[in-house]
Design a protein around this ligand. Structure first.
Ligand code: NCD
Length: 307
């Protein structure tokens, strides 16, 4: 078996390696021309078994901007998956055709399973309600670029913390930097799963608080990370309808927030941030999506070993 690096969990890279990726991403943003042929002759397979806009298109744009090419699907029903082919077989085949694979799948653990059957690097582009490490690289890159640090931060994570994989990955990553404080803001029904909390606290002594009210804590935050209520992962439509508008960030609610607080959101947004907030200088979510492309360019280059 060839020894390849994968990114399945945000802690698969050391903090030094993450820092290298963030620095490289910054340079790629500054001087894109210099990197425009770095991956020429290489193929990225983007296998999307679940809906996506940003993640899939930013992976594709990232590879194209590096001079590489793309194969893949975003509609698994048009592939042999609909004939009953197993994930293992699909991956074995696609790893013959490509140099690197990005996979999004509704089942937790599937990216890791895919990596066991692939001869090329596998990137987890979201596995069910579990992890989403490239969104975390995007979030870290945004925070590093705009706050200048990844430590000494009070970060509020608000919304669907139960099913929100971006939150699971982000708190894991933040727990590796010093003196961060996490405030989890959710209704009881959407609290972060115990297994995530245990995993995070296993190796870190990060302060974590759980509250229900955003208004009560907003004045303390350096970062407010809003999330969508993950409709597709609810068993009951009624439960979703009851919880869907648990938090709506408005201009009024921002009155007590710090002047330099960053508002992040992995997007897509539904109701949780009123469009009026987009005009506030603290609204960072559209910029965040842009950082995501550069950080994926840096990640692909590192995993392919071309830099
Ligand atoms: C997130 C995801 O897919 O988990 N989206 C994204 O990748 N930017 C968040 C979400 O769907 O709510």
């Amino acid at each position: 078996m060839i020894n390849v690096r994968n990114l399945i969990d945000p802690t698969d890279f050391s903090t030094d390696e993450i820092n290298e990726i963030l620095v490289l991403a910054q340079d790629m943003e500054k001087d894109p021309e210099r990197y425009s042929n770095l991956c020429s002759g290489k193929i990225l397979a983007a296998l999307f078994y679940e809906p996506s806009t940003r993640t899939r298109l930013s992976f594709e744009a990232a590879m194209l901007r590096l001079g590489g090419r793309i194969i893949g699907f975003s509609e698994p029903n048009s592939t042999s998956v609909s004939k009953g082919e197993s994930l293992e077989d699909t991956i074995k085949i696609i790893s013959c055709y490509s140099d690197i694979i990005a996979i999004r799948h509704p089942k937790e653990g599937s990216a890791e399973r895919a990596s066991l059957y692939s001869d090329v690097p596998v990137i987890n582009a979201g596995d069910g309600a579990n992890q989403h490490p490239t969104q975390t690289l995007t979030d870290l890159s945004t925070i590093q670029n705009l706050k200048g640090r990844l430590s000494n931060l009070t970060v509020g994570l608000c919304g669907d913390l139960k099913f929100g994989r971006t939150v699971h990955s982000l708190i894991k990553a933040l727990s590796r930097y010093s003196n961060n404080k996490i405030i989890l803001i959710s209704p009881d029904e959407l609290k972060i799963p115990d297994y995530i909390k245990t995993e995070v606290l296993k190796n870190a002594s990060m302060e974590i608080h759980e509250v229900k009210s955003l208004e009560e804590v907003i004045d303390n935050l350096d970062i407010l990370y809003m999330t969508r209520i993950q409709k597709e992962r609810f068993d009951s439509e009624d439960e979703y309808l009851r919880l869907k508008d648990s938090y709506i960030l408005t201009k009024e609610k921002l009155r007590n927030a710090k002047d330099d607080m960053l508002i992040l959101h992995p997007l897509p947004r539904v109701n949780e941030i009123h469009p009026d907030v987009d005009l506030d200088k603290r609204a960072t979510y559209f910029k965040q999506a842009r950082y995501g492309m550069y950080v994926r360019m840096a990640l692909i280059s590192k995993l392919l070993g071309v830099i």
